[in-house]
Design a protein around this ligand. Structure first.
Ligand SMILES: Cc1cc2nc3c(=O)[nH]c(=O)nc-3n(C[C@H](O)[C@H](O)[C@H](O)COP(=O)(O)OP(=O)(O)OC[C@H]3O[C@@H](n4cnc5c(N)ncnc54)[C@H](O)[C@@H]3O)c2cc1C
Length: 802
């Protein structure tokens, strides 16, 4: 049935795959009726029609797992609601471990799943074999059983969502291609199609592997790239029944699922094959790519080992369908920073069936409320910058990112491809000093320093090989002086006569401070949660330098720009213009005074322009790691000269290069919180113990009402710091914290303290009754370290209070 194209709609969703249909469905559930979904071909004709249909629930974090649980609940009830079958079956899933290290991963996932409220059970190899009788289990170390997981028929499920959307009032129009967008002063006005224009408030780019090229038509970067992706389908095999659980064998990179009495076997090979097509053809509908048995060989070999019945099974098809992958393996959700009203829901990394139910709801909630309604940071499109959409970068990264699903996810594991990307002016110097780097927002950042030439220690779960080096860095900072290259900090310059009033409205702390002063502040959403936290340095009456976390620059800039309204203020990202050298420790001042004539006795939180070696720098007296120290804001072109001078002058003071692992551990020791760990959109300053940075008396600001309500009713979670009593236990973050034996949250951060000779963890303690949180000090806490319970001591004060 052809439908006439309307000339206007409130929301236009582009793409009739599972993602677009889910967004349209959830917009109507939110009460939006005037929703149009456009599909260039027919519904499901993109990647959706050939998905295998595995649906797992466990994700890396509490908020993402909560989302994915919603997805399975939706899939379970959708058929009853719409009358259209979904093929949903709660068959459970089994993940097996071939090595002790993988078993540790699985045990950690059992602990996390239980903490998030999911059922998960450890199985010995023989028991795993009984649940999946066709499998060889004699070489296994163990397995985990997730009874809530299942499978669905991707086409039926999508049609069911589409039917639900139609029942809610949405119009779904097939055979219409979007060809462009009208944008006025950064705001979306119209969607252009091959059959006319549609004026609209909101557009959702749910165009799957086409989303990058579609986004480009609006100047929006959508960093995803297609890769060839395979599974094999057999004819019926004796013993394969519809109830057979999904089986994942990550050490062999493979999965199995029942389909029409046969097996679907696919996987995630460690070296993927990007689909080098240049531009994904518009008419690539209900199509596949040629078989490639060479690329599939590693999966086939492992599958024959695991399920010997495949040797005699008849192969119906080796399916090769392209799917899009992102640089970090997580999908892309939210309003694009470049264009107001332009939202993205794409890049599903071969988990779009499992994730679209929840992603569609999260995006619809975001659109309707005007801001995200949950912590979506892991999938928020603003975690990427335009450079991430560079096609060579994407292509190189895709070779690695496809395999991430089943790769060993070691703690603090770094990706290898498309690096080094963004380099500080000190990069080569730090390489020569033995730095081992990690990547964040494309920046190469020194994690720790080894004696040059020493091989990088292997990943593991126990105490890492870099611990001695990191402890020496900590000692330098606490006892002498250390220097950190923190140039990757995001730096945003807000200038104009209204700069101060803008910040007063957006920030929780008092921003009208004397010129030269720095303020630490939260930037809150209307729910009172952290959209960001940063330090704003007042450079002039009408100018602030906002110094934010490395990963937060795009996010913060988008948040601020969207809320400028008609204010006379301009925001510019000046991240690359300034280096930041952080000189920390009791001898920091002595060191700096050796390099220039200026007095450095200014107050904590004050900054001054000083002469340093041959440069003029801004010295801010502030220390994220606690204790005495200065952050030096150095014009990038002077950074190398200043660094060399510091190193020369500091040799006899015990100056040491320090990296991010030490920085993180030291800030935990000093009780400092970090965005993305302790602080996020679902956490308020009252819960995080940061009420001191909220100026309730300054007048209105975003989030104030929510905080006042919370102050009145009391909080139901509170951030706490703990010492891990077993000196040999080494937590990495993410482990459940048990409050009187019951999980109350997870470690948001973990760091080893040299002073304490053991690890420290932070995490939220949750309790329905606000009064319970008052009794924290007298409660009994433990950490669930892959099933082992380790005693924790609650610390009312941070061990390093300097
Ligand atoms: C081999 C294989 C196995 C998989 N197995 C699983 C699995 O077991 N579990 C799981 O969760 N996921 C799986 N997936 C992934 C899943 O298929 C995808 O993540 C999901 O289908 C993506 O849905 P989508 O709606 O984002 O994209 P698509 O289904 O590709 O939909 C995008 C739509 O946008 C339309 N479009 C593009 N440009 C325009 C335009 N300009 N105008 C109008 N329309 C446009 C396209 O025609 C297309 O229909 C698998 C994928 C593959 C390839």
């Amino acid at each position: 049935m052809t439908q006439e194209l309307p000339s206007a709609a409130r929301a236009v969703v582009i793409g009739g795959g599972i993602a677009g249909c889910s967004v349209a469905y959830h917009l109507t559930k939110n009460g939006w009726r005037d929703v149009v979904l456009l599909e260039q071909g027919r519904l499901t004709g993109g990647t959706t029609w050939h998905a295998a249909g595995l649906v797992g629930q466990l994700r890396a974090s509490r908020s993402m797992t909560r989302m994915s649980r919603y997805g399975t609940e939706l899939y379970a009830r959708l058929e009853a609601e719409t009358g259209q079958a979904t093929g949903w079956k709660r068959c459970g899933s089994l993940t097996i471990a071939r090595t002790p290290e993988r078993m540790t991963v699985l045990k950690r996932s059992i602990a996390a799943a239980r903490s998030f409220g999911l059922e998960a059970e450890f199985l010995a190899p023989a028991e795993a074999g009984r649940r999946w009788p066709l499998m060889r289990s004699d070489d296994l170390v163990g397995a985990v059983w997730f009874p809530g997981d299942g499978k669905a028929n991707p086409v039926d499920l999508t049609q069911s969502l589409a039917k639900g959307a139609r029942l809610g009032g949405a119009r779904i129009i097939e055979g219409v291609r979007v060809t462009g967008f009208d944008i006025e002063r950064g705001r979306l006005r119209k969607v252009r199609t091959d059959q006319g224009d549609i004026a609209c408030e909101v557009v959702v780019n749910a165009a799957g592997q086409w989303a990058r090229q579609l986004g480009a038509l609006a100047g929006v970067s959508v960093p995803l790239y297609p890769a060839e992706h395979f599974y094999l389908v057999t004819k019926p095999i004796a013993g394969v029944t519809p109830d057979l659980p999904v089986l994942r064998d990550p050490d062999g990179y493979i999965y199995f699922k029942e389909e029409v009495g046969g097996l679907v076997m696919g996987g995630f090979e460690p070296e993927a094959k990007p689909w080098d097509i240049g531009r994904v053809p518009d008419d690539f509908a209900f199509q596949l790519l040629p078989e490639d048995w060479d690329q599939f060989a590693i999966l086939m070999e492992n599958a024959l080992h695991r399920a010997p019945c495949l040797e005699t099974a008849e192969v119906r098809q080796l399916l090769n369908g392209p799917e899009s992958f992102t640089p970090d393996g997580a999908f892309l959700l939210g309003e694009a920073p470049e264009v107001e009203g332009f939202h993205v829901c794409a890049g599903f990394n071969s988990a779009g069936i499992a994730n679209s139910g929840a992603a569609g709801r999260a995006l619809a909630d975001w659109i309707v409320a005007g801001e995200p309604q949950a912590d979506l940071w892991e999938v928020d499109i603003r975690r990427f910058a335009p450079f991430h959409a560079n096609r060579r970068h994407l292509r190189e990264r895709t070779v690695e990112s496809l395999g991430l699903h089943y790769a060993m996810r070691w703690p603090r594991m770094e990706l290898k491809t498309a690096r080094p990307l963004r380099r500080s002016p000190l990069y080569d110097r730090l390489v020569a000093k033995g730095a081992v780097f990690g990547g964040k927002m494309g920046w190469e950042r020194a994690l720790y320093f080894l004696t040059p030439g020493t091989p990088e220690p292997p990943y593991g779960f126990a105490k890492p090989g870099w611990l001695p080096a990191m402890r020496a860095e900590q000692r330098a900072v606490r006892e002498a002086v250390g220097v950190f290259d923190l140039g990757s900090f995001g730096k945003l310059l807000l200038q104009g006569p209204d700069a101060m009033t803008v910040l007063e409205r957006l920030c929780a702390n008092r921003m009208d401070v004397p010129v030269g002063r720095a303020v630490y502040t939260a930037m809150l959403n209307t729910r009172g949660g952290f959209e960001s936290d940063f330090t704003a340095l007042r450079l002039a009456e009408d100018a602030y330098l906002i110094v934010t976390g490395t990963a937060q620059a795009v996010r913060d800039a988008a948040w601020i720009k969207r809320r400028l309204g008609g204010a006379r203020a301009v925001l510019t990202d000046v991240t690359g213009a300034w280096s930041v050298l952080s000189v920390m420790g009791p001898k920091a001042r002595t060191l700096l005074e050796r390099l220039g004539p200026d007095d450095l006795a200014h107050a904590w939180g004050e900054s001054r322009e000083i002469d340093l070696a041959l440069a003029r720098v801004r010295a801010l007296r502030m220390a994220y790691v606690g204790g005495p120290g200065y952050e030096l804001y150095v014009p990038t072109e002077f950074a190398a000269g200043v660094y060399d001078a510091l190193l020369e002058a500091g040799a006899d003071l015990g100056l040491r290069d320090c990296g991010y692992h030490a920085l993180d551990a030291l800030r935990i020791e000093a009780g400092r919180k970090a965005f993305g760990a302790e602080l996020g959109p679902d956490d308020t300053p009252l819960e995080a113990g940061l009420a001191f940075a909220v100026a309730f008396d300054k007048g209105d600001f975003i989030g104030r009402d929510a905080l006042l309500r919370q102050r009145e009713h009391g909080i139901t979670k509170r951030l706490a710091l703990f010492r891990v009593e077993d000196p040999d236990a080494f937590p990495w973050g993410g482990e459940p914290i048990l409050h009187d034996g019951v999980s109350c949250g997870e470690a948001t951060s973990a760091g080893y303290s040299d002073r304490e000779g053991r690890a420290l963890v932070m995490g939220y303690v949750r309790a329905e009754d606000p009064a319970t949180l008052k009794t924290i000090a007298s409660s009994h806490f433990e950490l669930d370290l892959a099933g082992r319970k380790i005693a924790l001591t609650y610390l009312a004060k941070a061990p390093f209070a300097g």
